[in-house]
Design a binder for this molecule. Structure first.
Ligand SMILES: Cc1cc2nc3c(=O)[nH]c(=O)nc-3n(C[C@H](O)[C@H](O)[C@H](O)COP(=O)(O)OP(=O)(O)OC[C@H]3O[C@@H](n4cnc5c(N)ncnc54)[C@H](O)[C@@H]3O)c2cc1C
Length: 343
């Protein structure tokens, strides 16, 4: 079987891996286009999210699939990918602390949430007057290591081409393959083979900060923003959300927005050493899009990973691989034919 993937962010990478594992002859084309979501992302997997501290959708299925796939890729590519780090959750108000305590008391949350008296290694760096919780079973997936090294391996194996694929050329190319799968991130909103799908792309930005004497910190830190240790005292700080934006570049307004929220967390001085931006391929009902084009039966889409590509990509890549190779039915929750997917 021979399959062409268009786009190699986290979606294309994990699908290429799932297909390669099954013996498929995979070809990948990625044009390194601006606005890619995966490269500026921190790759955080946070099992309990939102203002009300609710467990992520189908976490018990997706988390083991993610851990397994990323650890296998880490072995295969010989580069750090799966980095488990607890999240120190800063609780700013009495209401937040009460909600946290209530969640901690639920048996379903016992494996994920805990209470903390102090901020541990973060203590000298953070604002006084906050209380703390801890989120267990959280991780950071090192997207740049994974995607970069996978691309290098694919290039050396003759599987990868650095090329922007033109939609007009697809009908001429598609008959050479058993399937062509679009994994093109937010650019899918322009894809003429899936005109019925609706999108809510969300631009996001993040800063890279250097804190003096903080190289030993390993926990992530979260309030409105998340700080993720990247090594050597550098922290990823983000991310912001914009549904309307003039371009794909980092902006002054979002820099100030992130800094305002970082200032609510940190008492220690820091230096800004980087600023990144990308566009999340988000969908109104917050479910991935997987399915075949209504116009061409061997054109498929694997997209809509929204804000949670790190957690979702491995499970759904396996799911799509099983659909393409064994004809297993698509889960109705992600099928592009579901109600609510249309524009
Ligand atoms: C600031 C920020 C922070 C984030 N933080 C997190 C986080 O902590 N945890 C998490 O899970 N998620 C996070 N996300 C979301 C996550 O990044 C996305 O869910 C995920 O990266 C989407 O991956 P993708 O492969 O679908 O798209 P992308 O990563 O955008 O990849 C699409 C690829 O397709 C290529 N392409 C497009 N069209 C063509 C074409 N015609 N021809 C050739 N190539 C093409 C592009 O060059 C690109 O490389 C964050 C996103 C942002 C922006």
């Amino acid at each position: 079987m021979k399959i062409l993937l268009i786009g190699q962010g986290i979606a294309g990478t994990m699908l290429a891996w799932a297909l390669h594992q099954r013996g498929v002859q995979v070809r990948i084309a990625d044009g390194s286009l601006p606005g890619n979501a995966s490269l500026p992302a921190a790759g955080i997997i946070n099992p309990v999210t939102g203002k009300r501290f609710v467990k992520s959708w189908r976490l018990e299925e997706f988390f083991p699939a993610a851990k397994h796939a990323y650890q296998a890729l880490e072995q295969f590519l010989k580069v750090p990918v799966w980095q488990p780090h607890p999240i120190l959750r800063l609780l700013g108000t009495a209401e937040e602390s009460n909600d946290w305590a209530a969640r901690c008391a639920l048996p379903d949350y016992a494996d994920y949430l805990g209470e903390r008296r102090d901020a541990g290694a973060w203590q000298p760096f953070i604002k006084p007057g906050l209380s703390y919780g801890v989120i267990h079973q959280a991780a950071r997936v090192h997207f740049p290591n994974l995607i970069g090294r996978f691309r290098q391996w694919a290039l050396e194996s003759g599987m990868f081409e650095n090329k922007v694929m033109d939609y007009d050329a697809i009908p001429g190319i598609a008959p050479d393959y058993d399937a062509v799968v679009f994994c093109e991130g937010f650019r899918a909103s322009e894809n003429p083979f899936f005109p019925e799908l609706s999108w809510q792309p969300a631009k996001g930005e993040a800063l890279l900060l250097r804190l003096q004497n903080a190289a030993h910190i390993t926990d992530m830190l979260k309030k409105t923003m998340t700080l993720v240790p990247m090594g050597e005292g550098v922290f990823w700080a983000g991310g912001s959300y914009q549904w309307h934006y003039p371009d794909l570049l980092p902006s002054e307004a979002e820099r100030n927005f992130i800094l305002r929220h970082v200032d609510e967390m940190l008492a220690a001085p820091f230096e800004i050493i980087g600023h990144v931006a990308g566009v999340r391929p988000a969908v109104k009902d917050r479910r991935p899009y997987i399915g075949a084009s209504k116009k061409h039966s061997n054109l498929f889409i694997f997209n809509g990973l929204g804000t949670k590509g790190a957690l979702l990509a491995p499970y759904w890549a396996e799911h799509l691989a099983a659909h393409l190779l064994q004809g297993l039915p698509l889960d109705a929750a992600v099928d592009t034919k579901r109600s609510g997917a249309g524009a």
